[in-house]
Design a protein around this ligand. Structure first.
Ligand SMILES: [Zn+2]
Length: 248
């Protein structure tokens, strides 16, 4: 069987048969792909412990008839702080779900691979706030997909948005001024502080974002806007958000 190497992250893992695992991998070289790790659940499996969910490794894969087969795994780093914390795991699941939904099989997007590596590294850092890191990831992936909401001019009347409470409407493309928002049925209220945070996130100002001490209510507003924007463009619900809410 012809083989190939890939820098891979395990996005999803499914037990299969007696001892196998079916994996959804995000690879730098080939994008998203499905693979099978035979015997990975056996105690002595050579590949087993290296195939942690959200873990990154250098892999050798063999072309299979249906699924490619994981032949060798060389683990790079660990994800123990994600695995050992329910909240960090929930946010990593969100990252994996979003990436799985936005990518087609075997269509590599360099920037998305790099973003996922960075985000999972942050989620695995016990010093960091996973909720803020996950929100930052959502804005970055919207940016890579070209779906950043309009935050400077009202999409209803095209006037510059004042620094004031407004309305967020994915349907109309972003934040509506108070006038337009009060006439529309589709928006949800967004405070002036949430608008400011969304703007600096959209401007990719990571340093300033890292210095903000975001209160849960404010982070909640920001998350809601990003969730609505993403689900509108993907045209589907993301289950991980419900899971995150259920454990909060
Ligand atoms: Zn307006």
């Amino acid at each position: 069987m012809p083989t190939y190497q890939a820098d891979a992250i395990v996005l999803r893992r499914l037990d299969y048969g007696e001892a196998d695992r079916i994996l959804t991998l995000l690879t730098r070289e080939y994008g998203k792909l499905g693979a099978i790790a035979k015997g990975a659940r056996r105690a002595k499996a050579r590949t087993g412990s290296s195939l942690d969910l959200f873990g990154r490794s250098r892999m050798m894969l063999a072309r299979g008839r249906n699924l490619d087969v994981v032949a060798q795994v060389e683990r790079q780093g660990d994800v123990r702080h994600i695995a050992g914390d329910l909240h960090r795991t929930a946010y990593a699941c969100l990252v994996a779900e979003v990436v799985d939904k936005v990518l087609e099989d075997r269509h590599p997007v360099d920037d998305i691979f790099a973003l996922v590596v960075t985000t999972l590294g942050q989620l695995n850092d016990p010093e960091r706030q996973p909720r803020a890191d996950a929100a930052w990831f959502l804005m970055r992936i919207l940016d890579l997909l070209g779906y950043v909401p309009q935050l400077q001019e009202c999409p209803g009347c095209s006037r510059p948005l004042p620094e004031a409470a407004a309305w967020f409407s994915p349907l109309l493309g972003g934040v509506l001024c108070a006038d337009c928002g009060s006439h529309e049925q589709s928006g949800s209220p967004v405070s002036v502080n949430a608008l400011k945070v969304l703007r600096l996130m959209a401007a990719n100002d990571a340093e300033l974002f890292a210095r903000l001490r975001l209160r849960p209510e404010l982070l909640h507003e920001v998350e809601q806007a990003l969730e609505a924007q993403l689900e509108y463009h993907l045209d589907r619900r993301l289950k991980s958000f419900d899971f995150i809410r259920s454990i909060r």
